[in-house]
Design a protein around this ligand. Structure first.
Ligand code: UD1
Length: 359
């Protein structure tokens, strides 16, 4: 069997790592296509190197652009790649422009498409990722859902017959890396000379928080006013927008820092007093590490983290301050994101789409 995985943005490289490992273990031919959506080394190469993926087989070099230009350039380039490889499956990941481009190209070439992380919904139609998810789910032939909630969303949209619950592959890689770094101090903590529990880790990159200067200034001021140092692991989007609008990303408690490699991020989160983020993946990683999370958004796709008390949605400076200083949530044994073996189930589902993947 031959699978072509199409990835392009940082969270997709994390999801790709356990899939690549499971494909190799099962003797499946796995071709990796990098669209080039993320091209900065700290957003891209460091994940391929550190997570044992190796180099992509094909690199489209698409780069940045408006949604239409970026997605269109991917579409134009992918037809030839799929035609050359003619895989049994095209596997697409998550909710980025790379996801929807690959799904659309493959489905029109009558190549079966599987969507990993299917069924997530924010129900916020202002988010580009929400359109990417919905369109990809409705185009795909096989929907690999990470949670029961995602399965229910797909059923509500009439897609139950194409859905398989596999669990969350980010959990697979997180558990592995958490165990590897268990005894090592966080390099970020050492670099900044801060104590365990003496700082917060923050990431802000979503268009809703970065593109409007007034909104970005409000978020930066909210973080700057917190009671401990806030290390902002600044994505190039937030750096570019802040610089264009004259907004300081180092002010008050706020310290701008470059993005971290995956293991360093996990170590930093583990040592921190809490995470403040608008990232999808980091909310879930914080929960899995049992680190309190504050999410700077009006809604989340990972509702389990909120229901279990480990994540609070906050938007104004006051809401953010109240959320980060809340008492530690009650411990829980709940495992809504699976057992750390989701990638093996994904490969089994692709090998046997009508069969039972639970074993
Ligand atoms: C993308 C995804 C988002 C995901 C995020 C993770 C879409 C619509 N959004 O957002 O869902 O959570 O990746 O990081 O696909 N840039 C660089 N260097 C890079 C990449 C981007 O400088 O390597 C800058 C460019 O100025 C670019 C901007 O960041 O215009 C936005 O990049 P883009 O890939 O369009 O979206 P992200 O904001 O990264």
């Amino acid at each position: 069997m031959k699978i072509v995985s199409v990835v392009g943005a940082r969270p997709q490289f994390v999801k790709l790592a356990p899939i690549h490992k499971a494909a190799q273990a099962a003797g499946v031919q796995h071709v990796i296509v990098h669209t080039g959506q993320h091209y900065d080394p700290m957003l891209s190469d460091v994940f391929f190197d550190d997570l044992g993926i190796g180099a992509p087989d094909v690199h489209l070099g698409v780069g940045s652009g408006s949604h239409g230009v970026q997605t269109g350039a991917m579409l134009a380039a992918l037809d030839a790649v799929f035609d050359e490889h003619r895989p049994d499956w095209v596997l697409v990941y998550g909710d980025t422009n790379s996801t929807v481009a690959a799904a659309l190209s493959a489905v029109k070439m009558h190549i079966p498409v599987a969507h990993l992380e299917a069924g997530l919904r924010s129900f916020n139609r202002r988010m580009p990722e929400e359109h990417n998810r919905v369109m990809t789910d409705h185009a795909a032939d096989l929907l690999l859902a990470p949670t029961e909630v995602a399965v229910d969303h797909l059923a509500a949209e009439g897609l139950a017959a194409r859905t398989v619950l596999v669990g969350d592959v980010m959990t697979d890689v997180l558990f592995e890396v958490r165990d590897e770094i268990a005894d090592a101090p966080s390099p970020l903590m050492q670099e900044l000379g801060v104590e365990p529990g003496g700082f917060y880790v923050a990431t802000i990159h979503r268009a809703e928080n970065t593109d409007d200067p007034a909104r970005l200034a409000e978020v930066a001021a909210g973080l700057a006013a917190l009671d401990k140092p806030v290390v902002l692991l600044a994505h190039p989007r937030v750096v570019a927008k802040a610089s264009a609008h004259g907004i300081a990303l180092t002010q008050g408690s706020l310290i701008a820092h470059s993005p971290l490699a995956y293991a360093d991020l996990i170590a930093a989160a583990l040592s921190s007093a809490g995470v403040v983020t608008d990232s999808g993946g980091l909310q879930k990683e914080a929960f899995l590490l049992r680190v309190p999370c504050t999410t700077v958004r009006t809604e989340t796709e990972w509702v389990e983290t909120v229901d279990l008390g480990w994540n609070v949605l906050a938007n104004t400076a006051e809401e953010i301050a109240a959320a980060v200083t809340r008492p530690r949530p009650a411990d829980t044994q709940a495992a809504p994101y699976g057992d750390g073996h989701a990638a093996e189930r994904v490969i089994r589902a692709l090998q046997n789409p009508a069969g039972d993947t639970s074993s």
